[in-house]
Design a protein around this ligand. Structure first.
Ligand code: ADE
Length: 251
C-alpha cells in the first residue's frame, strides 16, 4: 500500500458526460472519503478541447463501418492539459488509463497497483471507439472491467475508481476488511451468516456457533476453495499452477 502522503490520491476523469461524476462515488464509503479529503476527483470535459465551431469530438471511421470514432487531436489536447494539471498537483505524472472492452482485464492485483500510485487519469471512451494513434502516442493503458459492452467508459471508470478508493488509507474504517476478502490469496471469499440463527427453516452452519476458532478458520478455507473450484475454474487453475511452481522452486 502507498505511504501516507500530504497530497491525497487524486483522479482526473476525462469524459463527454461530466455530470455522471461523482455519481455513486458521492455516497457511502467513497463519498465519505471524498468529503474528508482522503481522495480527490476532477472531471475534465473533453468537448472543451474541441476547436471547430460545432465543438465536434468525433468523426466517421476511415475504412467505413458503423458509428463514430473519437478524434485523436481533441483527446490528445485534453490529455496533455490534464497531465500538466496532474503534474502540478502531485509533483509527478500519474498512470493514464482508458476504459474500453478491448483493454487488459481489471484484477484486484492491478487495482492494488493503481492504489499505490499518487493518482490516476482515466479516459472514458464513447462512440464506436477512440482513434488508435492517440492511444499509442500518449502510452495509454487500456483497461476492461469485463467481457461485456457498456454504452460508454463512464460506468467502468466509476467501478475502477471505487475499487481503488476503498484501498486508500482511512477510507475503510476496519483495514482487516481488506485482508480477508474475495481474491486475496487468489480465492473467492467464504460465505457469511448473521442473525437470526434459523431463518425460513435454514440453520447457520453449526461450526460457526462452536466458538472453536481453528475449526472455523478451516471450514472457511474449505468453503473458499470449494466456491473457487466450482464457480471460477480459471482462478482455481491459476492458483494450482502457482502452488505447483512454488513447490517446484522449493525442491
Ligand atoms: N466501455 C464499454 N464497455 C467497457 C468494458 N467492458 N470495460 C471497460 N470500458 C468499457
Amino acid at each position: 500500500m502507498r505511504a501516507p502522503a500530504s497530497v491525497p490520491w487524486q483522479v482526473w476523469a476525462l469524459t463527454l458526460f461530466p455530470e455522471m461524476f461523482p455519481g455513486p462515488l458521492g455516497a457511502s464509503l467513497a463519498g465519505k472519503g471524498l468529503e474528508r479529503d482522503l481522495w480527490r476527483l476532477e472531471t475534465v470535459d473533453i468537448r472543451d478541447f474541441a476547436s471547430d465551431k460545432h465543438r465536434s469530438v468525433d468523426d466517421s471511421p476511415f475504412g467505413g463501418g458503423p458509428g463514430m470514432v473519437m478524434r485523436p487531436d481533441v483527446l490528445a489536447d485534453a490529455i496533455d492539459a490534464t497531465r500538466d494539471q496532474a503534474r502540478a498537483a502531485l509533483s509527478s505524472v500519474p498512470p493514464l488509463v482508458c476504459m474500453t472492452p478491448r483493454g487488459m482485464p481489471l484484477t484486484q492485483d492491478r487495482v492494488r497497483g493503481f492504489a499505490g500510485e499518487p493518482g490516476l487519469i482515466v479516459v472514458c471512451g464513447r462512440f464506436e471507439g477512440i482513434d488508435q494513434r492517440v492511444l499509442e502516442a500518449r502510452d495509454v493503458i487500456e483497461v476492461s472491467i469485463g467481457d461485456f459492452v457498456l454504452s460508454g467508459g463512464e460506468p467502468a471508470a466509476l467501478c475502477l475508481i471505487d475499487a481503488i478508493v476503498r484501498m486508500l488509507p482511512g477510507v475503510i474504517g476496519d483495514p482487516d476488511a481488506l485482508v480477508e476478502e474475495s481474491f486475496s490469496g487468489g480465492l473467492l471469499e467464504y460465505p457469511h451468516y448473521t442473525r437470526p440463527q434459523a431463518w425460513e427453516g435454514r440453520e447457520v452452519p453449526a461450526v460457526l456457533l462452536s466458538g472453536h476458532h481453528e475449526r472455523i478458520e478451516a471450514w472457511r478455507q474449505d468453503q473458499a476453495e470449494e466456491a473457487t473450484r466450482t464457480r471460477r475454474p480459471d482462478l482455481w487453475q491459476r492458483r494450482e499452477e502457482a502452488s505447483r511452481q512454488t513447490r517446484g522452486t522449493d525442491r
